[in-house]
Design a protein around this ligand. Sequence first.
Ligand code: PLP
Length: 255
Amino acid sequence: MHLSNRSQQLQPSATMKISAQAKQMVADGIDVINLSIGEPDFETPDNIKQAAIAAINDGHASFYTPAAGLPQLRAAIADRTAADYQLTGLTGKNVAVTTGAKMALYSVFQTILDPGDEVLLPEPYWVSYAEQIKLAGGVPVTIPVGDSFKVTPADLEAKLTDKTRAFLLNSPENPTGVIYDQAELQTLKDWTDAHDLMVVTDDIYGQLTYNGASFTSIAQLTDALDPNIIIISGASKTYSMTGWRMGYVVADAAW
Ligand SMILES: Cc1ncc(COP(=O)(O)O)c(C=O)c1O
């Protein structure tokens, strides 16, 4: 079989590989704690399951939906995001529903990157970012973070070139668990604003905070969603729906 140069450049997902191995070890009766993939340890809540079963029985799942998702769902996500993030002016037109946040990220990179465009990526990072950026013809520019596990404007500045297009921010971060506070986010935003860069903020773990920590998104620093900020999120982690594949993009561009 002929494989394209593009696909030959890709690395398999290390976390998926380790997870499959851990699941096999459990199946073999070995006592392991699987810390590989970000998967909640509870079942999807029953009200969600029952609503989905009712929707299927009522014929809502049989036919194509609009490509960006059901209008009612898009509107509900817009309302929820507006309330959680205190953002004005969001409607369903700002939302696209995707098959998981992974697909949301893939679609965003395909949409915003031209060949050779660079994306600043604090390292360590969730493994799929780099491969998705490469698939879109972009270049992941990794930035090793220090002991604080947090990237600073000075770190970003050191990797800035005239090809830099975007900064990928993930907070709470996978794998370190780091959460940026509002003041840190403001310094990062001031820097990206100064260079007119896009920020892709992967907020998928925003509802999973512990020990009194609280989550603020870089998208919350303005009253209305900044046109240079793209929010990625989804149902996978918050509602333990990793198998359902439901993610979304919230962006200024209406489609
Ligand atoms: C940081 C991060 N973003 C996105 C995803 C993808 O989420 P989904 O299952 O909704 O595709 C994951 C999954 O582990 C993740 O850890």
